[in-house]
Design a protein around this ligand. Structure first.
Ligand SMILES: Nc1ncnc2c1ncn2[C@@H]1O[C@H](COP(=O)(O)OP(=O)(O)OP(=O)(O)O)[C@@H](O)[C@H]1O
Ligand SMILES: [Mg+2]
Length: 625
């Protein structure tokens, strides 16, 4: 309340220039000289009681009530209070309450150092002014002008803080000593009222400050609570994430343990051990299974020497080779070698490893070693069984030819007998026919050779079991098979033709096995034409140079042809459509051709019958598997 009026004290202070001397506007002595009216204590007491009750009941209006009381008791035209401003260290006076004619000027004021109130405070006594606007021109516009103004200072703790004043705007009434006395007593009340108002203001200020502080605090608390809530939520989230992560980790650990167990089991079942090897440090780590394969006690530190001590002396060069190669550069390696166990048994192992550099740039090999002893044994057994089978089927095929072969052999034999008898007869005639005998002896030798050739070929096909690789002219092989089968084919009324390429490159392989394939194909072709009576039973054998430096042989018949539904079964073992067939012929053919890295297939002819073909690589370095 007190502070709020300050902004209305808006005189242009710096332009105020004193127009008259202070003394010329003071007339304080007049108060003693004038005739004084008698004191009216009753009125004065009533007024003071009213003031005190206002102070108690409505302290906010006390200053205005005091101004009214001054007006009433001094019977003046205007009355009011001037208070030093508090916010700028008392540089001005302002008027918080005015009663009477100057009431509209509430909120106005005067400068502290240049004005009637300042004079009162400087002199520290009551002063009576007349026409103060003569010295203080900023008061000129304040209407109506003051004829006389009685100003009384009031104090708080011995220090003047303001003035109360009464103004006469005309000379209808002059202030006297009684006014001065009453004003003195009202000045004391003003001091109490001022203190009360200041305290109330302070209190209000403090309350406002406290409320402000409380609001801030509430905001802060709210903010804090929100933060705590957010943080709590974050922490809870984090906690649940952690719990999830922990659960996941536990699951992963379990899964890892399980997969480790699986791995160990898988290694055990597949007889495969794994290892990790760092050539730079010589560090070698083995899985349990690898210790078992090498038959070395679990956990014994592994060194290359230890590994070497188990390798078969004939294969030790492989270890040295591997050692050199892997140290030289990062590479992958794959080796097959044998282990010689302390009980002199031999194990076959297949090792492979992948080389890489670890995070420190160190060379590292991670690999696996599989004990393939059993597999090797079964492979060998299988190969033996296969060649046994091939042999048996060959014998079987040939046995069906036996009659015609016997015929072939018996022909030259009976020729030989006839020739020998003729020869004897010529020699025993007189004179002996030496020339004729020589000729018949030559024929005997020729027939002998013919029979011997057949026997040799037959023996070759019947007797041989193991594969031997040689360079073969397929055309020759075909001719030999034809020679053996010809009479059989002829007895089946088969018309055999052949177109053998003159530029056929040689192939590498086992002659007897390949002849067996040709023989099987010829027999099947002949069988397929058994029931054909409405057309010639033509059989055509062709050899030709095939794409990609290969040699191809085809056997084309005019038989019953192929059943499209069974095409994919033809080469399967035991597939047969014949009453006396075993369904072995074509499966033996396929295994032989595949061993020679070749292909075998069947196609339906455009006309009647089918064509069976195989093609083989021509390179002489081809190895039979
Ligand atoms: N040239 C062909 N024309 C038509 N069908 C054929 C021909 N060659 C083979 N087949 C069919 O393929 C089947 C399988 O032939 P494969 O040579 O494997 O056995 P098989 O001749 O029946 O008996 P075997 O074991 O005595 O040779 C034959 O039963 C036949 O049905
Ligand atoms: Mg057959």
């Amino acid at each position: 309340m007190i502070e709020s009026a300050k902004s209305q004290c808006n005189f242009p202070l710096e332009t105020s220039i004193p127009q008259a001397s202070l003394e010329s506007i003071l007339c304080t002595q007049e108060l003693q000289r004038r005739r004084s009216r008698p004191p009216d204590y009753e009125k004065e007491n009533r007024a003071l009681v009213a003031l005190v009750s206002t102070l108690a009941n409505s302290p906010g209006t006390i200053l205005q009530t005091l101004a009214g009381t001054i007006l009433e008791i001094t019977e003046s035209d205007s009355a009011g209070l001037s208070l030093l401003t508090r916010d700028d260290d008392g540089k001005r006076f302002y008027w918080p309450a005015i009663a009477g004619m100057w009431n509209p000027h509430v909120g106005g004021g005067t400068p502290r150092n240049f004005g009637p109130c300042g004079d009162v405070l400087d002199r520290n006594c009551t002063l009576l002014f007349t026409h103060f606007e003569r010295r203080y021109p900023y008061l000129i516009p304040v209407m109506p002008p003051a004829e006389e103004c009685l100003l009384v200072p009031f104090y708080v703790g011995g220090k003047a803080v303001g003035t109360i004043w009464a103004i006469m705007h005309s000379d209808r009434h002059k202030f006297d000593a009684e006014d001065e006395r009453v004003m003195g007593s009202l000045g004391q009340f003003a001091s109490s009222a001022y203190q009360a108002v200041v305290s109330i203001d302070d209190l209000k200020f403090q309350v406002a400050e406290r409320e402000k502080a409380e609001t801030e605090l509430r905001k802060l608390t709210d903010g804090l609570e929100t933060k705590v809530l957010v943080r709590t939520e974050e922490l809870e989230q984090r906690n649940s994430q952690l719990a999830e992560a922990r659960a996941r980790l536990a699951e992963e650990k379990l899964a890892l343990e399980r997969s480790e167990a699986f791995l160990a089991e898988a290694q055990h079942l597949s007889s495969t051990g794994s290892f990790c090897w760092r050539p730079s440090t010589g560090e070698i780590r083995w899985s349990e299974q690898l210790y078992r394969i090498f038959e070395i006690e679990q956990g014994v530190p592994v060194t290359l020497e230890l590994v070497g001590s188990r390798i078969h002396p004939e294969d030790i060069s492989i270890l040295n080779d591997m050692n050199e190669r892997t140290r030289a550069a990062v590479s992958d390696f794959e080796y097959d070698y044998r282990l010689l166990m302390p009980d002199h048994s031999v194990k076959h192992v297949h090792a492979l490893a992948h080389g890489s550099r670890d995070a420190d740039g160190q060379l590292e090999y991670i690999g696996a070693v599989q004990d393939v002893t059993q597999r090797r044994a079964s492979e060998e057994a299988l190969a033996r069984a296969r060649s046994e089978l091939a042999h048996v089927t060959r014998v079987m095929s040939l046995s069906t030819l036996t009659a015609s072969i016997a015929h072939e052999v018996s022909q030259p034999l009976s020729g030989m007998v006839t020739n020998a008898s003729t020869c004897l007869r010529m020699l025993s005639s007189d004179p002996p026919n030496v020339e004729g005998a020589r000729e018949t002896a030559r024929r005997t030798i020729r027939d002998g050779n013919r029979a011997s050739d057949v026997i040799t070929r037959l023996r070759a096909l019947l007797g041989k079991k193991d594969a031997t690789i040689e360079v073969i002219d397929l055309n020759d092989a075909v001719r030999e098979v034809i020679a053996l089968s010809l009479s059989e084919l002829q007895s089946n009324r088969v018309i055999l033709r052949h177109q053998l390429a003159s530029d056929l490159p040689p192939v590498a392989g086992d002659r007897v096995q390949l002849q067996q394939v040709i023989l099987n194909l010829l027999r099947n072709a002949s069988d397929a034409m058994n029931t054909v009576d409405d057309r010639p039973r033509e059989l055509l054998i062709t050899t030709e140079r095939d794409e990609g430096d290969r040699a191809r042989l085809s056997v084309k018949d005019a038989g019953v042809g192929l059943d499209p539904q069974s095409m994919d079964k033809l080469f399967e073992a035991f597939y047969t459509t014949k009453n006396d067939g075993m369904g072995i012929g074509l499966s033996v053919c396929r295994s032989i051709i595949e061993k020679h890295r070749g292909l075998i297939w069947a196609t339906q002819n455009d006309g009647p019958g089918a064509t069976f073909s195989f093609s083989l690589p021509c390179r002489t370095d081809t190895k039979v598997q």
